[in-house]
Ligand binder design. Structure first.
Ligand code: FES
Length: 175
C-alpha cells in the first residue's frame, strides 16, 4: 500500500512543482544583478532606494519599467548649499516622478559632485568615510568621493554619477 502510493506519487504529473509564479516588475528579489528570462521577457534584480526588486530588461540590456515613469531631465533639490562644507560628503534622497534616488553629494574645490549610493558590486548603499572616500559596509569596497572611481574592490566599476548644479543657495541633481 505504501509502496504503491509512493509509485503513484512519482508517476503523477508534477504540476504542483511546475507552477512557478511569473515574475512581474516590482516583485521582490534577493541578489542585485541577477537576471532571469521567462519566455521572451528578461528581468534583472535592481536596487531602488534600498529595496531590491525585479525590473524588466529591454533587449539592449537596459532595465525598464512599465509601472514607473522617471523623467530623464528632471532637476531635484537635494541639499542647501550651507549644509555642505568644502571637502565634505553628505547623503540625501532625491524624489522625482514617484521614484526616490539615494545619492551622496561632495563639495570639491571645483564644485559639487553627486553619485548614486548604490555600490556597483552587489548594490548595497555606500556611506561617506574619512576624507574624500565612500565606503560600502557589505564587502569593503571604497570609492573616491570626488570622482566615484573605485579605490578598492571587490567593486570594479565607478559609482553612477548625477549631474549636480548649485544656485541660489541650493544644490540640485538631474535625474
Ligand atoms: S555590495 Fe558593496 S562591496 Fe559588495
Amino acid at each position: 500500500m505504501l509502496t504503491s502510493g509512493f509509485v503513484a506519487f512519482l508517476a503523477a504529473p508534477n504540476s504542483a512543482f511546475a507552477a512557478t509564479p511569473a515574475i512581474r516588475n516590482g516583485d521582490a528579489c534577493k541578489k542585485v544583478g541577477k537576471k532571469i528570462t521567462e519566455g521572451n521577457k528578461t528581468f534583472e534584480c535592481v536596487e531602488r532606494d534600498g529595496v531590491r526588486v525585479w525590473q524588466r530588461v529591454k533587449s539592449s540590456g537596459t532595465p525598464t519599467s512599465s509601472t514607473t515613469t522617471v523623467p530623464t531631465t528632471s532637476e531635484v533639490k537635494v541639499l542647501d548649499s550651507a549644509q555642505l562644507a568644502l571637502g565634505a560628503s553628505l547623503t540625501a534622497i532625491a524624489t522625482s516622478g514617484g521614484s526616490s534616488f539615494a545619492v551622496v553629494v561632495t563639495r570639491t574645490a571645483g564644485g559639487v559632485v553627486a553619485f548614486s549610493r548604490t555600490c556597483t558590486h552587489l548594490g548595497s548603499l555606500v556611506v561617506p568615510r574619512g576624507s574624500d572616500q565612500l565606503y560600502c559596509p557589505s564587502h569593503g569596497s571604497i570609492f573616491n568621493a570626488s570622482s566615484g572611481a573605485v579605490i578598492e574592490g571587490p567593486a570594479n566599476r565607478a559609482l553612477t554619477q548625477y549631474k549636480a548644479t548649485e544656485r541660489n543657495g541650493s544644490i540640485y541633481i538631474t535625474v
